[in-house]
Every structure is written in C-alpha cells, then in structure tokens.
Design a protein around this ligand. Sequence first.
Ligand code: 13P
Ligand code: SF4
Length: 305
Amino acid sequence: MIKDIQDEILRLKKEKDICILAHSYQAHEILEIADFTGDSYALSVKAAKVTNKNIIMCGVRFMAETVKVLSPEKNVYLAHPEAGCEMADMMDKQLISQVKEKYPDYTVVAYINTTSELKTICDVCVTSSSAVQIVKNVENDKILFIPDCNLGAWVAKQVPEKNIKLLSGGCPVHASIPVSEVKHARNLHPNAKLLVHPECLPEVTALADYVGSTSGIMEYAKNSDSKEFIIGTENSIAEHLQYECPDKQFYVLSSGLICKNMKLTTLVDVLNCIKGCGGEEISLDAEIIKGAKHCIDEMIRLNHE
Ligand code: 13P
Ligand code: SF4
C-alpha cells in the first residue's frame, strides 16, 4: 500500500515537473520519495537552485515561505496547510519593531524559524547549523538575537566576544526537556554519547557530547566510532539513524520530543498536493519577498570561515 502511493507520487512528480523537499524530521516514507532532504540550512540553499517549475515542501510553513522567497517565480506548496511552527509564530513584526526602537544600534539576527513578514525588518537570518559562524562574521559587536533564547544562549557561549541580547522565545518541544530527564537517560545508557539540538535548554546542552543541527547530529552519529547514542532532538532522527546505521543503537532522550507540526504531513497529503486537491500554494506580497530575501541572502553571504 505505502509502496503503491510512493510509486504514484514518483510517477506524477516527474510528469508534472515537481521537486519535493523534505525536512529531516519528516517520516521515513516521505524522505524516501523526496528529491532532497536535510536541515533548514541545506533546504534553504537547495531552494534557490531548484530548476523544476513546482516545489512541494514537506516540513513547516516558515520553510515553505523561505522556498517562495528564494524562488518567487516557482509554484511553491506546503504539503500540509496546518503545519506551522510555534516558535515562528511567537514574535511578530510589531513586537520586534518596538524592541528595535530600544536597541537602535544592534544588528537583528533572526533564526530562520520566523515568518517572512518578520524577516523583512531583520538584518540577517541564521539556522542552527550556521548561527555561530554567522554571528562571528556579523560586522557589528552588538546583536539582538530572536526568537530562540536557547539557541541564542548557546551561540553566545561560542562567541563570547559579542554582546548578544536575547528575548524569551523558543521551541516548546526542545525546551520542554529538563535536566532530570537527561540524567535519567544517561543512567539508563551510560556508554551512549548524548547528541542534542541547540534549541534545548542551556543546562541540557551543557551536558551534551555534541550540540548541533538535525543534520549535524546525524553526521556526528554516522561518523563516530561509538556504538550507542542518546538523541536529543525530534524523535524521528533516532528512527532515521537506526535505519541508516543498523549496527549502532539509538535511544530517544525523551518520549516527549515530538513536533506535532512536523508529524502532520502524510504520504497521502503529498499525493493530494500533487493532484491539486490538497496542500496550500504559498503566496507572499512582492514587498515581503524583497525584504525577507535580503535577510536570507545575508545568511548565505556571511556563512563562511
Ligand atoms: P534544523 O535547522 O536543525 O533543521 O532545525 C529546524 C527545526 O525546526 C528544529 O526544531
Ligand atoms: Fe518549530 Fe520546534 Fe517543531 Fe522545530 S521542533 S518546527 S522549532 S515547533
């Protein structure tokens, strides 16, 4: 049954000139039919290079908006219209405009998990895999980092020479994991390496063997000589790694590490989106595209050693 749906998706996407992009948190059967999978940075870079006329994003809304901003001439679809991101919806343009008035000489660095509208008043975007490098390369020493104070605190630790102001936002999924749960997992699996996403609380990242983006965590686990790992990000990553490295053991840090938004998209949603009876076509004002593009272009310009 799953295979039949996958075959139909593969046949139709070729016929209709569609590229499917899928974030690493998507289900295994969706990653299998995607043209490209990866973390938010890799998906953004890919979005600007796609040659197909149509792009379907299997992920969350800010990711589909990023694709539209980078490829405005293409038809861009979000496979499941309800797939939002709580963190991206936490801060809006009005709130950040007020904060900017208090800190006029600060460079506003926005996590890519923000709306395109908010990006229009920010100076540069970052993703979890590029944030440290970009903050180091920002010409200004004064930085206002929004909306994730946990990622921001982790960046501030790696780049102590910058003055980084944080606002209190974050990912309700990653930030819900307390230190007690980390200690419990460590006790259960004393030989395992702990790999966590920088959206986790600072006291959690402080206990990790490795802190990095979803792709960073996957690469670390694949290349490591260790045989056991506790995965401190969305639980799908532990599942994908178990398929890719059957000789290693992957444990979830917490059964609560589930992003309900990322879990919304099913294979049938992708098929319906292709058939034109599902998904949502992303449409953004030309002004928003122009303003948000500057912020994303700056991310790519400043992500260098
Ligand atoms: P990545 O940048 O690691 O893909 O993370 C995106 C995200 O939403 C994590 O919660
Ligand atoms: Fe947003 Fe958190 Fe889900 Fe990532 S895991 S998409 S930050 S709600």
